[in-house]
Structures are given as C-alpha cells and as structure tokens.
Design a protein around this ligand. Structure first.
Ligand code: H2B
Length: 187
C-alpha cells in the first residue's frame, strides 16, 4: 500500500468507521512490531560488531581461530572490557582456562604443577617469549615451589578483551610436557 494512501485512511475518524479503528490498531501493532524487529536487529548488530559484548569497540570478536590473530595495543582508546556473557562464549575456544571474577575484574586463569622450581621458571620463560611477541602480558605466579598459576587480563582497561583470549590460546599451543609433573591417573 503506497504511503500516500495510508494517511488518508487515518484521516477518517475512528468513531465514524469502526473498520478504520480495527485497521488503525492492526497497523499500529504492525508498526510497533516493525520497529521492534528493527531495534532487535540493530541491537544484535551493535553487540556483535561494536564490542558491546565481545572484544571492545575496536576489534571485532569472532570465534575464528584465536591463535591466528594478533594482540592489538592496549592503549587503543576505543577498547573496553567485554561482558561476562561474551567472555563465557570465548572461553569455549581456550581449553583449560577458567573465568575468574576478582572484585569485579574478569580475568582468565589456569594452573599447572611443574616438576621443579627451575622447571617453573623455564615455563615462565616460554610464556614470556609469547607475551613479548604479542605485546600483551600475563600475571605469573610460582607458589609452593611447583605450582604455576597464570592470570590474564587487560590492565589498561581493567577487564577482558580479545587480546587476553589470543594470549591464552597461544599459551595453550606451547609444548610444556617436559616441564609438567605427570598427572596421577586415578586407578
Ligand atoms: C602499549 C602496550 O599495549 C601496553 O603497555 C600493554 C603491555 N602489556 C599489557 N598486558 C596486559 N595484560 N594488559 C595491558 O594493559 C598491557 N598493556
């Protein structure tokens, strides 16, 4: 129906023509429905491309292979922390990592048991090489001589960005079997 026709229909007062009020309601509902749909699609568009959720405004956060991606400088003005929901989605891509909420700051966390204190330091060196090449750095803990714990978050914005998941995925690729204590297989 052409736009020109519609206003004329609505110029008829609803009192005079009951059918017009029925049509008006239906059209009104249709219009609200159309607006609802378009709002929905804008919202979904906004959250998936501008990082309302995933990776902050700058980097589009897709679930493609994180190891093929490169960390971006954390001082990018439009980077902001991702939501917990987006972090949960990305967590599927980094086996072995958990999501920790440290006083409102979301972080990635994983721990290992190494064969010795010095093997722990060797572990850190291998992680450090990746961090330096990515320009993005984890928090490294070596506790009780053989317990390695790594936390990853984006300090510059106080939360998680795609950078953290890229770093976690690349740490997962490290060959560290020679450093780890064999897991006891429960009998
Ligand atoms: C400019 C450069 O991106 C920053 O200094 C980097 C260095 N490494 C970093 N690592 C982490 N985890 N968070 C940061 O905010 C951060 N900032």
């Amino acid at each position: 129906m052409s736009r020109l026709l519609l206003p004329t229909i609505f110029s008829i007062s609803r009192k005079q023509v009951p059918a017009a009020s029925l049509f008006h309601n239906l059209y009104g509902r249709h219009r609200r429905f159309v607006h609802w749909i378009s709002d929905m699609s804008e919202d979904s568009e906004r959250s998936s491309t501008t990082g309302g959720s995933a990776s902050g405004a700058r980097t589009f956060c897709s679930l493609q292979d994180l190891t093929a991606k490169k960390c971006v400088p954390c001082n990018a003005k439009d980077l902001r922390p991702m939501t917990e929901q987006s972090a949960q989605e990305l967590l599927q891509k980094v086996a072995g990592w958990d999501l920790a909420n440290d006083n409102g700051t979301l972080k990635l966390h994983q721990s290992w048991i190494v064969k010795s204190f010095t093997k722990g330091l060797d572990f850190f060196k291998r992680v450090a090489d990746i961090a330096e090449s990515e320009g993005h750095h984890p928090d490294l803990h070596l506790v009780g001589w053989n317990n390695v714990k790594i936390e990853i978050w984006t300090h510059a914005i106080g939360g998680l960005t795609e950078n953290d998941f890229i770093l976690a995925a690349k740490i997962n690729e490290l060959q560290v079997e020679d450093l780890l204590r064999k897991k006891k297989v429960s009998k």
